[in-house]
Write a new protein. Structure first.
Length: 273
């Protein structure tokens, strides 16, 4: 089973790499510099420079969403962790044992022991019911313990991600954190975006370059676009994964709240209370 799971993971990773390669080959066409003159090379560099700004802004928008989702996921995991103290153990359904059938069969031969038999069967039913109650309680406790451990682990993982994110320079939200620290007053999201993108934007400065330098500059800009597109693709994949995770967490919270103490009347553990 482990080998099959490993093969499946490797297959999925290979599919993702192939999907990324196809996407980048579509978005980043190879340069054709042969035969281009001085003016054409200048125009190409300006076009590539404008493309850099466009893709960088797109990447910024996606990484801002990823950063926001990291915080939301951490908050949702913390909420699940907090709900553990508000769980109400489900009312366990009594297990019906066919004691009447047993008694009816035995009474035919032992009519004089009816009272003792009734008492004995009643005790058997009580003991078996208590055992079933304990078993169900242990299952419920084990389930809650596992959910608590999972929620705690997710919260710790998300806290680590947030810490790493705050220390990353130019990638995955680092600029958002740095800009917030440098800014003394509150900024709107739009103001912060414009400020950060302007800080990251590099002037073209190609007026003094000859043809060979322009070719090198064009290739440099093309490589940078490829890098930005690659990072944007990874962020989009991360964003898709986060959306799924957020939906799962909301469903878990909704399910957990059904067993919260003081939740009111409702069907709990198979019984109406």
């Amino acid at each position: 089973m482990l080998q099959i799971a490993k093969q499946e993971l490797e297959r999925e990773a290979e599919e993702r790499r192939g999907e990324k390669g196809r996407a980048l080959s579509t978005r980043c066409q190879p340069l054709e510099l042969a035969g281009l003159g001085f003016a054409e090379l200048q125009d190409l560099c300006r076009q590539l420079h404008a493309r850099v700004d466009k893709v960088d802004e797109e990447r910024y928008d996606v990484e801002a969403k990823v950063t926001k989702n990291i915080t939301e996921i951490a908050d949702l995991n913390q909420k699940i962790f907090d709900l553990r103290g508000k769980f109400k153990r489900p009312t366990l359904r009594r297990v019906r044992i066919s004691a009447d059938a047993m008694m009816q069969a035995l009474l035919g031969a032992r009519a004089k022991e009816t009272l003792d038999l009734r008492a004995h069967l009643k005790q058997v039913k009580k003991e078996d019911t208590e055992k079933e109650r304990e078993r169900q309680a242990k299952l419920a406790e084990e389930k809650m313990r596992k959910e608590e451990e999972e929620a705690k682990k997710r919260a710790e993982d998300d806290a680590k991600k947030k810490k790493v994110l705050s220390n990353m320079g130019a990638h995955f939200g680092g600029y958002l954190v740095k800009a917030e620290q440098k800014r003394g007053k509150r900024q709107t999201g739009r103001e912060m975006k414009l400020r950060i993108l302007s800080e990251r934007k590099k002037p073209l400065n190609i007026d003094h370059m000859g043809e060979e330098q322009l070719r090198e500059k064009a290739q440099e800009l093309s490589d940078w676009i490829h890098q930005l597109e690659s990072e944007k693709f990874d962020l989009m994949a991360k964003l898709k994964q986060q959306k799924y995770e957020i939906n799962v967490l909301y469903n878990r919270i909704s399910h957990a709240q059904k067993f919260r103490k003081g939740a009111g009347k409702g069907r709990v553990g198979g019984r109406w209370k």
